[in-house]
Design a protein around this ligand. Sequence first.
Ligand code: 5GP
Ligand code: 5GP
Length: 225
Amino acid sequence: ISSSQREFDYYLLALEWPGTMCKSVSKCCNTNGCCDSSVPLYEFTIHGLWANYDDGTWPSCCGSTKTDFEINQVLPLMGEILKYWPSFSCSSTSLCHGKNGLFWAHEWEKHGTCMFPEIKDEYTYFSTTLDLYAKYNITKMLENAGLLASNDASYPLTEVISAIESGVGASPTVTCSSGNVEEIRICFYKNFKPRDCVLESNSAYNKLYSSSCPEYINLPSFTSI
Ligand code: 5GP
Ligand code: 5GP
C-alpha cells in the first residue's frame, strides 16, 4: 500500500438491502451468499467500508499486486463474512486486481487499500467492518421506528433518515433503485465516532444527499429467486 496516498477524511459503511438487491438478480452465482432460499435475508448486509474525502470525492484501488486479496488472512473471520457479506451479483468484480469474483475481496482491493495506515492490512479491514456492522444495527433501528419490510407500505424518506439519525447519532445517506431502498450509508470520524455523511458545507451536498430516492420509498420484502 502506498503511503504517498493523500490521507482520507472519514469512513463510510455502506449497507445494502437484500430485498432490493435480489430484485435484479435472476440466478445464483456464488456459494458465498446468494438470493436463493438457502439463506433468507431479512437484514441489511454489508456492501463495504469506504474511505472518503470531505469534498465528496474518494480514492480507490490504492494497492499493488502485493495487496491482492489473500484468503489466508481472513480465515478466522470467514464464518461472519459468509453470513453478513453476501455476493449477490453475477457480474465480475475484476476492477483493481480482483479475479476471484468474491464481492468482499473486491471491496478490500478497491476501498480497503486506501485506508493505510489506519487500516494496515486485510485482516484489520474485515474485522473493523464486521465490528461496525455489529455495533450499528440499521435493520433494528428501522424496525424500532415501525419501518418494516413490506411489499405494500411505502414510507417517507424523512422517516427513514430520522430513524437512522436517532439510532446512530448522525445523518446517513440513502440510495434507491426504482423507489426501493438500495443502500443506507453511515459515516464515522477516524476515531470511529459517528458523523454526518454529507456536510451541508460541502459543495456536493445537494447532489449527494439521498438524491436517488423519491419522497416516499419502499423497503421490499426478501423473495428468493
Ligand atoms: P453508486 O453509483 O452505486 O453510488 O456507486 C458505485 C460505486 O462507486 C460504489 O460501488 C463505490 O465503489 C463507489 N462509490 C460511490 N459513492 C462512494 C463514496 O461516497 N465513497 C467511496 N469511497 N466510494 C463510493
Ligand atoms: P463497488 O464498485 O460499489 O465497490 O462494487 C460494486 C461492484 O461489485 C459492481 O460491479 C457489482 O456488480 C459487483 N457486485 C458483486 N456482488 C455484489 C453484491 O452483492 N452487491 C453489490 N452492491 N455489488 C456486487
